[in-house]
Design a protein around this ligand. Structure first.
Ligand code: PLP
Length: 280
């Protein structure tokens, strides 16, 4: 079951106008919220980021946090599986095609899919990534549904037999096509600071919190392309992929080519943190 503009219905019954501004202009924002044991993970943080995205495109939030919470509870209950991935999407609504904002209600769409754990093989051996120039706009902090650059950047990874593209802007690491990136150098965990050039990842925050709580030496600072290539470890973080070790970068081994100790530690801490959330 999905939710569309105030109603729950089977996805086959859901229809929107071809004049929806999401369809015509990519004029909207979205969130992806992982659900473990029927409970949305870090919901307040996701709703806070949603508000930031809506503010960024000057679209009024159609619901209060309490209303979002109730809607999500309903969508989770109406869909199968303890672990789900909830996708919510708001566009500027349906109007005659014109760039300027219309005076119409937004379109609100929520769906939920089973959240599958990453393949064991990826956790054991790590995954491959490639690098590419970050050619997106400079409001990457907005979780915009206009994802064409991300789609094209991700596809070049898939074409190369890799699972993620790590983006470089002006010689510095920004993030992945759909993830944030951490590296380890001289045993220090490093990640770039939040800015308009990357999405403020919820998993990024959790990873930094876990590093702080476990006294893992870490630093949030700019990382050069050269530092990325000579890192001991490289990791990606995202809500659906959690924390993954990148063990091949542009067809070269990262470190000794195996998931490293910092990855193993953070991955374990993340699983423990999730378990605490499920029990809460
Ligand atoms: N950066 C981009 C461009 C993303 O699309 C995503 C998630 O899809 C992330 C980072 C990771 O964010 P989160 O940890 O909130 O899933």
């Amino acid at each position: 079951m999905i939710f569309l503009n105030g109603h729950f219905m089977p996805i086959e019954k859901a229809c929107i106008s071809v004049l929806d501004r999401g369809f015509i202009f990519g004029d909207g924002v979205y969130e992806v919220i992982p659900v473990y044991s029927h409970k949305p993970f870090r919901l307040m943080e996701h709703l806070h980021r949603l508000q930031h995205s809506l503010d960024g495109i000057r679209l009024k939030n159609p619901y209060t946090n309490k209303e979002w919470h109730d809607l999500l509870e309903q969508i989770i209950a109406k869909n199968k599986g303890e672990d789900q991935s909830v996708y919510l999407h708001i566009t500027r609504g349906v109007a005659k095609r014109d760039h300027a904002f219309p005076d119409t209600p937004p379109t609100v769409f929520i769906m939920s899919n089973p959240l599958l754990p990453p393949p064991q093989e990826w956790l054991t051996n790590g995954v491959a990534a490639i690098t590419a120039s970050d050619n997106r706009w400079i409001r990457c902090d907005i979780k915009s549904i206009s994802l064409l650059p991300n789609v094209l950047l991700r596809q070049i990874a898939v074409d190369a037999g890799a699972i993620e593209t790590i983006l470089i802007r002006d010689g510095f690491l920004t993030e992945g096509s759909a993830s944030n990136i951490f590296v380890v150098r001289d045993q220090v965990l490093l990640t770039p600071p939040k800015s308009h050039l990357m999405l403020p990842g919820i998993t990024y925050d959790v990873t930094l919190e876990l590093a702080a709580a476990s006294n893992t030496i870490h630093e949030v600072r700019e990382i050069t392309e050269n530092e990325l290539f000579s890192a001991e470890e490289v990791m990606l973080t995202s809500s659906t992929r959690e924390i993954m070790a990148i063990t091949r970068l542009n067809d070269q081994s990262v470190g000794n080519g195996k998931p490293g100790p910092k990855f193993r530690q953070l991955h374990q801490l993340y699983q423990q943190y999730k378990a605490t959330h499920m029990r809460a």
